[in-house]
Write a protein that binds this ligand. Structure first.
Ligand code: FE
Length: 128
């Protein structure tokens, strides 16, 4: 059974709810995983799906955790987002539908050129 918004509100912190369920964005340079270099798997903070491996994380200087590629494309949903006028590509969790961030084409050229710009509040690091 799908989880209702009331249940998400109980399960998540207010900040997580705002970002994951209402497509919010955390303030840049504020998230707990921004400078994290610990090894492990970043999972969806809402449902636990595997999203990004620490091995693909890089310091983009943008203020949000950045990854070159998802750990498992099957767990990722990409959607057109015109909310700020120009087209961006929203990254969402395919398993629970929660918003995660956006993906841009200005990532490291030698690693595929993508920058998955993901809110720390949407992630939970399972350490290895
Ligand atoms: Fe999820």
């Amino acid at each position: 059974m799908p989880i209702t918004e009331e249940e998400w509100k109980r399960k998540l912190s207010p900040e997580q709810y705002r970002i994951l369920r209402e497509k919010g964005t955390e303030a840049p340079f504020s998230g707990e995983y921004l400078d994290s270099h610990e090894k492990g798997m970043y999972r969806c903070a809402a449902c636990g799906a595997e999203l990004f491996s620490s091995g693909t994380k890089f310091d983009s200087g943008t203020g949000w955790p950045s990854f070159t590629e998802p750990a498992n494309l099957k767990n990722i949903d990409l959607r057109d987002d015109y909310s700020e006028g120009s087209r961006r590509i929203e990254v969402a969790c395919k398993n629970c539908g929660s918003h995660l961030g956006h993906v841009f084409d200005d990532g490291p050229k030698d690693r595929g050129g993508k920058r998955y710009c993901i809110n720390s509040a949407c992630l939970l690091l399972g350490k290895k």
